[in-house]
Design a protein around this ligand. Structure first.
Ligand code: PHE
Length: 460
């Protein structure tokens, strides 16, 4: 393959800055905000977690978001080619990031598909009394040796639908596909989610839930793993160091206010995340109240179990629960789908540039390959088990490693920090000081190396 995109081809761009901002928010706001953040915060010190979280946002999240933007906008290509244009050997880093994104896409698509099923089930509370039995038994059919390798159609059908939708959006391209979906879905998501939070706050017991989430456990700050969780959450949540924001920024017009847009995106993402924490825990407070137990005694407060086992149980007990359920799972689908698109656009655009493929061919190739893997993995019984392991490695180890290599390569190996800083400042109204390079070159990698070592020790 050749590495140069056809020079004459007009690069598809976001047609207005709001389009870019909404798409970037669409990528950032996802399952990570709704079912990752609340549980992680609760388990990692509650209110005290906000300190490492905000520090991670300011010292690493926003600086790396700016770095992603700078690379994509200056070198005008998806991650691998953008890095290559910066310095030839750096292309490998781009492929590593795109590889990580691909791994995430495979399980992320499965969760979006489950949410789609549950959106339908919510209308008549199909999950019944035993929500755990329904999810693992009837729905995923985990643990049935007979069907351990066969495809479970209840899962495969929504998966195929999700992948077909992705294919259509990617084939339509950046301005007519991705931007349009985000311009419609993101405002819809915000309205739906605000409705959920307001409803949750009016339920009896809501205040106990908020107490459980926000009561600070200061000693958690002494635990290095809590800090790792904060940084990993920020990276995953902002979609940074995955090559995805590099790709999105590469579709911005040459004159575009990059850093100011970045601040809007980062602020919107964290606001949504904290809002999700409030909504989720107010709902859990109601659940505890119904069962006359303390929130601390509840189980299943994170990840898939939170959304597909605990929430259905709460929804069943709520007056008018089916409306709440429909809106909740619709919100998961909207949030998840817009993030999934960003990941797959990153993968497809990289393939397109590497192999000189057309947009539709690249979209088709990526959709078919990842859909097959998704279906093979997550519509069988071992899928659920795989999810946790994949999340551990891709989201904690992989992404931290990616951020370390990226910052060291840009700042130290190829010394592009100053060039990129000037590039950002030439187009943006919010000017970036030299402290940015200091953070990226010293603080971020030093801190992340310590975290990575610690994480690897706890994993092996
Ligand atoms: N940011 C998304 C979320 O919070 C996930 C994501 C990760 C999207 C990496 C794109 C790239 O759910």
């Amino acid at each position: 393959g050749t590495n140069t995109a056809p020079a004459a081809e007009q690069r598809d761009t976001w047609t207005h800055n709001t389009g870019f901002i909404l798409a970037a928010i669409g990528s950032a706001v996802g399952l990570g905000n709704i079912w990752r953040f609340p549980g992680v915060a609760y388990e990692s010190g509650g209110g005290a977690f906000l300190i490492p979280y905000l520090l991670a946002l300011l010292t690493a999240g926003i600086p790396i978001l700016f770095l992603d933007y700078a690379i994509g906008h200056r070198y005008r290509a998806a991650a691998p080619l953008a890095y290559r244009r910066m310095a030839k050997p750096a292309e490998t880093l781009g492929w590593f990031q795109i590889g990580l994104s691909f791994v995430i896409a495979v399980y992320y698509a499965a969760v979006v598909a489950w949410s789609l099923s549950y959106f339908v089930y919510a209308f008549d509370l199909r999950w019944g009394e035993d929500t755990l039995g329904f999810f693992t038994g009837e729905y995923l059919q985990v643990g049935d040796p007979e069907i351990s390798t066969t495809i479970v159609s209840s899962v495969a059908i929504p998966l195929v639908l999700v992948w077909a939708a992705i294919l259509v959006v990617l084939a339509l391209g950046v301005s007519r596909g991705v931007q349009r979906v985000n311009v419609i879905f993101i405002p819809l998501l915000v309205v739906a989610f605000l409705g959920l939070v307001i409803r949750a706050l009016t339920l009896p017991g809501a205040a106990d839930g908020l107490d459980a989430l926000f009561t600070p456990n200061w000693s958690a700050l002494l635990d290095l793993n809590v800090w790792i969780s904060a940084y990993a959450q920020i990276f995953f949540s902002l979609s940074i160091a995955f090559g995805i924001m590099v790709t999105y920024a590469s579709f911005q017009r040459r004159k575009a206010n990059m850093t100011s847009s970045g601040l809007v995106v980062a602020f919107a993402n964290s606001s949504f995340e904290i809002l999700a924490g409030i909504g989720v825990f107010a709902t859990l407070g109601f659940f505890a109240h119904q069962q006359q137990v303390a929130v601390a005694d509840l189980e299943g407060l994170t990840g898939p179990i939170l959304s597909f086992v605990t929430f259905p149980a709460v929804i069943s007990e709520m007056p008018g629960g089916n409306i709440f359920g429909v809106v909740f799972f619709a919100a998961l689908v909207l949030a998840g789908f817009t993030s999934l698109i960003s990941i797959l656009l990153g993968v497809a655009a990289s393939m397109q540039e590497k192999f000189g493929l057309g947009r539709r061919t690249a979209a088709l190739a990526v959709a078919v390959v990842s859909a097959s893997i998704s279906i093979a993995l997550f519509s069988t019984t071992s899928g659920l088990l795989a999810l946790d392991t994949v999340d551990q490695f891709a989201n904690n180890v992989g992404i931290v490693l990616s951020a370390i290599v990226m910052t060291v390569v840009v700042v130290w190996v190829f010394r592009r920090g100053e060039v990129l800083r000037q590039h950002l400042n030439a187009v943006s109204t919010f000017k970036v000081g030299r402290v940015w390079i200091f953070l990226l070159g010293l603080l971020v990698p030093a801190f992340l190396v310590v975290m990575l070592v610690q994480k690897l020790i706890t994993l092996v």
